[in-house]
Each structure stands twice: as C-alpha cells, then as structure tokens.
Design a protein around this ligand. Structure first.
Ligand code: NI
Length: 463
C-alpha cells in the first residue's frame, strides 16, 4: 500500500511511454499502408490506360493503312490513265523531246509502283509488366503485346509523289504539244497560200482549191487567237488537212503537166510504153559550158533534162533560158546543193522554193521535178518537196562522170550498162562529160534507144 502524499513509482511512468510509442508506431504503419495502396492504384490505372490505348491503336491501324493506300493507289491510277493517252497523242508533236521523255520516265515509275503488291509491315507494341513492391500483398500485372500496322508499302507518300510527278509531266506535254500545234500551223498555211498563189491562172481542181481556201481561213483564225487558246487536237487536224490538200493541189497539177507532155510526145511519135527510151539528165548547171552542150544536143536533135542549181540559175539566167528555149526539160536541184535531209524543214523549203523562183524568173517555166543532191532524200524531204510543187526523181544509171573525168570512159560506162528505161545521171559542169555526149547520143540511137526527157520514162521515179 502506498501512503498518501508520496510520488508515483518509476514503473508506473514507463507504461505511459511504451503506450505512446506503440500508438505512434501504429499510426505510422497505417499511414504508410494507405500511401502505398494509393500509389499502386495509380500504377494500375496507368497500366490499364496504356493497355486500352494499345488495343485501340492496334485495332484501327490496319483499316487506316488500307484506306490510305487505296486512296493513293486510286489517285495514281487516275494520273496514269490521264498521262498515257497524252503521251501517245503527242508523238512527233512536241518540239523538245525531253518533255515527253520526262513523262515516259514518270509513267514508268508510276506503273511499277501501281503494280507493286502492297504489304502492311507491323511492329509489336509492348506495355511493360508492373509489380507491387509490397511483400505483404505481392501482385504482378503481366506485360501486354499487340501488333500495330504503321503504313502500307508502297507508302501513301510515295504514291502521292508519283501521281504528282505524272500529273506535272502530263501537263508539261499538253502545254508543249499545244505550242507545237500552233507553231506547225504557220508553215502549213504558208505552203497552202503559196500553192494557191503559184497556181493562180492554172486550171486546178476547183473542189480541192475551195477546201484549201477554207482551211487557210480557219487556220488564220487559230493563229490570230495565239498559242494559249489553241485546241491542239483541232489544230493538228487542221494542219493535216492543209498539208494533204496542198499536196493534192500540186499532185493534180503535176499529173496534168505530165499527161499533157506525154500526149505531146505521143503526137510526135514518142511513146515509152512501146519505145525503148533513155533519158540523159545533166545536174548542177547551168554553167558556161552548158551552151556547148546545148549545141551538141541541137545538132543531134536530142532532148535532155537539166537539174539546175538555183545559185547557178541566178548567175546565168540567160543560159537557163536557152535550155528551156531549146525544148529541154528543166528541174530543181536545190539552191546550194546541200544534203537536204540534214536541214530543218524551213531550210529545205527555202532551198527548193528559191530555186523554183529563180527558174520561173529566168525561163517562165515552173519546174515540177526535183532531184535531191546526192540522192539524199527521206519521206520528210519528199513531203516538203511535194508541198512546194515538186515530185522527186532520182536516177537509175550513175555514169560516175564526176569521178572518171574522161569522155571515152563516160561513154563506155553508160553504153555498157544502159537498158530500156535508163535514167542516166551526168553533169554538164564537167567538160569531159560534154565531150562525151555527141558520141553517146549517136551510139544510143544506133542501139535502138529513143532519147526523151526524164518525165516521159514509164517509171521516172527510179533510184
Ligand atoms: Ni548534183
């Protein structure tokens, strides 16, 4: 028993301290547990959100990639379908080949891309596993994997870029062809107008002439409107009409002249369908020595054909005139004797036109035959010639007189190879050739040949 007034014992005081410590410890444990639980709940929430987002991405990615590829593929196909016919229609109708070459390359690339089988590469998306770091309540949420499609291969960007390249190149070709069609119309109109002028007073086919006049008028309207307003298709068609009709007008004229000359020859008793005909043709004059040749031919009453060089006609117009007055046929052999296939259209035209003009001025006779220098000719040059009123004639027997330069040799070479219908190539610019002609005419006749101008041969267009 304790007595009143005494202090509490030390044992009594320690009990309170222990109790307080226990209470504090319990409080700490409770608080820590609450905090750890909340942290884990946050982790779980993040994990579940990541897994949900991953699932949504994986689910939509293939559909999105397929839709993007299909749209790009459709655009590319449309661009190709627009470009291919433009490329086909523009062949030979664009001045700069590089413009069409760019389209060819763009189409090649686009068609390869269009035909490439599509694949959809995937990558694996991973949501990492999480573990609860609580030894009392150990818990683990597993790692989650899903396959995600990123984009197609070929990619939509590649498809779009290729389609854009094709579209740009197509537009460039359309534009270049428009310009070409406009530029090509000018020379065709000039040829047509010249034909109408040159044939004024001749009995041309009225329907053809009318068609040409109308085409010239229509072309004038297009030319006045300028290149930007040109409908390339219509302009090309009109150009073709101009070219064809101009050729038709000249062909009609050439046929009429030849028919009349053959009829006249027949009236004189010369008919190469019956007779064994030979044509002596003299190129590159007229020169001073041409007069000596005319005297030789005159003595033997032998007709010949002279393919005149325009520059020489300009120098010797009176000699050209003497050739025509003597009854021979004169024809066009260009102005400067170039290789015509190496010249551009305008230059070929100028070579032929200026020579024809010089011959008309000097002689009053409009030539209707051309012999291209060196026999150098192609379809383009033949076309330009015809639209300048000139039918192309080559030769069948080359005397090689320019090489041998020996009268006896020239005579013997021709006599050795001559046959019915021979169109003999000679040059009156070589005195040795002129020396050979008298004996040549005599011996040809001795062998039964009839000498004629080249247009009377049954097939004058031999080569
Ligand atoms: Ni020549």
């Amino acid at each position: 028993m304790s007595t009143p007034g005494t202090t509490p014992t030390p044992r009594h005081r320690r009990w309170w301290v222990v109790a307080l410590v226990v209470v504090l410890l319990a409080a700490v444990v409770v608080v820590a547990g609450v905090l750890e639980h909340r942290a884990w709940e946050d982790t779980v929430a993040r994990y579940e959100a990541d897994v949900a987002a991953q699932a949504a991405e994986a689910q939509g990615s293939r559909a999105a990639a397929e839709a993007a590829y299909t749209a790009g593929h459709d655009d590319l196909t449309a661009a190709i379908d627009a470009g291919v016919p433009v490329l086909a229609a523009s062949e030979d109708q664009v001045a700069d080949d590089d413009v069409r070459r760019s389209l060819v390359q763009a189409l090649d690339h686009a068609e390869t891309l269009r035909d490439t089988p599509v694949t959809y590469p995937v990558h694996t998306s991973v949501v990492a596993a999480v573990s609860r770091p609580n030894p009392l309540r150990s818990q683990t949420l597993p790692a989650v994997e899903a396959e995600v499609v990123e984009a197609s291969d070929p990619s939509p960007d590649d498809l779009d870029a290729s389609a854009a390249a094709v579209t740009d190149a197509t537009e460039a070709v359309v534009e270049a062809r428009r310009q070409w069609a406009y530029d090509a119309l000018g020379p065709a109109v000039t040829d047509a107008r010249d034909a109408l002028t040159d044939l004024t007073g001749e009995s041309v086919d009225a329907a053809t002439e009318q068609e040409l006049v109308e085409a010239v008028t229509a072309a004038g309207t297009i030319l006045d409107a300028g290149p930007d307003a040109v409908d390339a298709e219509a302009a090309v068609e009109l150009r073709d009409t101009l070219l064809d009709t101009t050729e038709a007008l000249w062909t009609d004229r050439i046929d009429r002249v030849v028919t009349a000359r053959r009829a006249a020859a027949q009236a004189d008793g010369v008919d190469c369908t019956v007779d064994r005909c030979v044509a002596l043709t003299f190129d590159d004059g007229p020169v001073a020595d041409t007069r000596r040749l005319l005297r030789v031919l005159e003595r033997r009453k032998a007709p010949a054909t002279f393919f005149l060089v325009g520059a020489n006609v300009e120098r010797n117009p009176e000699i050209a005139r003497a050739v025509v007055d003597a009854g021979h046929l004169v024809a066009n052999h260009s102005w400067n004797h170039p290789q015509l296939t190496t010249l551009d259209d305008a230059e070929v035209r100028e070579e032929l036109r200026s020579t024809t003009d010089a011959i008309v001025d000097a002689t009053g006779f409009r030539p209707y035959l051309v012999r291209p220098p060196y026999g150098d000719v192609d379809d383009r040059v033949r076309g330009i010639s015809l639209r300048s009123g000139l039918d192309t004639v080559l030769w069948s027997l080359d005397s090689d007189d320019w090489r041998t330069r020996d009268a006896e040799q020239v005579h013997d070479d021709v006599m050795a190879r001559v046959e019915d219908g021979s169109n003999v190539l000679l040059h009156d610019i070589h005195p040795t050739t002129v020396d050979a002609v008298g004996k040549l005419v005599r011996d040809l006749r001795k062998e039964g040949f009839t000498l004629v101008t080249v247009d009377l041969l049954v097939e004058p267009e031999q080569s």
